[in-house]
Design a protein around this ligand. Structure first.
Ligand code: CA
Length: 400
């Protein structure tokens, strides 16, 4: 069992087997820089490694260096944090997590959101398109997605201002307008691209590991009333582009080897470009809390499409990848009622309100509500690793 000289409390999400990357500002001030979480500390990488790639307020320069450098840095960090002889030199560069400010870990290039849970897609189909097939005809043939708004991907803790917009009129007359009354979440898992690809050349499903650096948690805030009126025929637009929150830590793929599982059984033959040689299903269990109260534990392993298939599909037309490209899985959702990753589904379109411990009920989010999404997965050597948290509190609408 690999052990570190850094004190790591039992049950910490950040044992030596994890080592996720983030961007932090020290308590004493100074420029934001890249750090790695270990136990209750963050290690200042630029100072510990003497490498100014990390003396920047974003991971992008490191992401661009590619797979072999990612592996090398992880090995070197592991050595520094386990070798007692390195302690005296490295220890001064540890900062207590409780005292630093965490920021946006990377600069988002393009942002894509997928729709990979069969249970979620079928439920949304039943609610948004009653009377027709819950799954659209292409759903089992390709990972459905849309291009989102990269500029409004925000770090955990950023307040989420309730969006205003048009809504369907009850009587077919002039559409309504005003603050969303059906503001919701989507608990998702995000994938961060490091190595770019060439324009015109698709990325193979088997090259996932060469391009994707790591994984974080995502809350794809969604205004269901705005969505229901605007989304036909071109898909989500203003119902989702107002904010997408991400967790502050990027867990490298290298830390998730023990979490890899086969994707669910395929019911349709796939085109060759979507056939994986390796298993890239990931066994993460998410937890969704509203105002501290646990309401759902969506299982990521149940997702029909894997992140490797999504990457291959996203580039099969020759679209190129850039460092900092980011894509989210789609709402994570299991077959059981307590595994649903949105309030739309937890309350079945608002018909069955959730009861909270303070006696109140919720269908959709109220001003002041705080949503927190966390997750765990198996790490190396029988450990459990965590992802940190993505949190956001709803702020009142601003008058349009
Ligand atoms: Ca989504």
């Amino acid at each position: 069992m690999t052990t570190t000289w850094v004190p790591v409390p039992e049950g910490s999400p950040f044992p030596i087997q994890n080592l996720p990357y983030g961007v932090f500002t020290p308590a004493a001030g100074g420029p934001a820089r890249v750090g790695v979480a270990i136990g209750e500390h963050v290690l200042d990488l630029a100072a510990a490694l003497g490498d100014d790639t990390f003396a920047r307020p974003t991971l992008n320069a490191f992401l661009a260096q590619g797979r072999s450098r990612w592996t090398e840095v992880r090995a070197e960090m592991t050595r520094l944090l386990t070798d007692a002889d390195a302690r005296a030199a490295v220890e001064p560069h540890l900062h207590p997590l409780a005292e630093v400010a965490l920021g946006m870990p990377f600069e988002v290039a393009d942002y894509v959101d997928f729709y990979a849970s069969e249970h979620h897609a079928a439920n949304i189909g039943r609610m948004f398109r009653p009377g027709s097939d819950p799954l659209t005809p292409q759903w089992k043939h390709l990972p459905i997605g849309y291009h989102g708004r990269a500029g409004t991907v925000v770090p955990s803790g950023t307040p989420v201002v309730r969006p205003s917009g048009q809504k369907r009129s009850a009587d077919g007359g002039l559409p309504g307008f005003g603050p969303s009354a059906r503001l919701d979440i989507e608990a998702e898992v995000g994938f961060v691209v490091g190595t770019p690809s060439q324009l015109g050349k698709p990325v193979s499903v088997d090259d996932f590991r060469e391009h994707v650096f790591g994984v974080c948690l995502v809350n794809d805030w969604s205004a269901r009333d705005i969505q229901a009126w605007e989304y036909v025929p071109l898909g989500p637009f203003l119902a989702k582009s107002f904010a997408t929150s991400v967790s502050p830590w990027i867990v490298p793929l290298d830390a998730l080897e023990a979490a890899r599982v086969p994707a669910p059984e395929r019911t349709h033959e796939l085109r060759p470009y979507l056939r994986e040689q390796e298993d890239w299903g990931l066994d993460l269990i998410l937890e969704v809390r509203i105002n501290g109260h646990l309401v759902s534990k969506p299982p990521f392993a149940s997702m029909y499409w894997t992140a490797a298939q999504q990457l291959a599909h996203m580039t099969v037309n020759g679209a190129s990848l850039r460092t900092g490209d980011f894509y989210a899985s789609g709402t994570v959702y299991g077959p059981e009622p307590e595994q649903r990753g949105s309030f739309m589904e937890l309350t079945w379109g608002g018909e069955n309100p959730l009861k909270l411990p303070d006696g109140s009920t919720r269908t959709f989010l109220e001003d002041g509500d705080e949503i927190t999404i966390t997750a765990t997965a198996s790490g190396a050597e029988g450990t459990v690793i965590g992802f940190g948290a993505v949190t956001g509190r709803i702020a009142p609408a601003v008058e349009a």
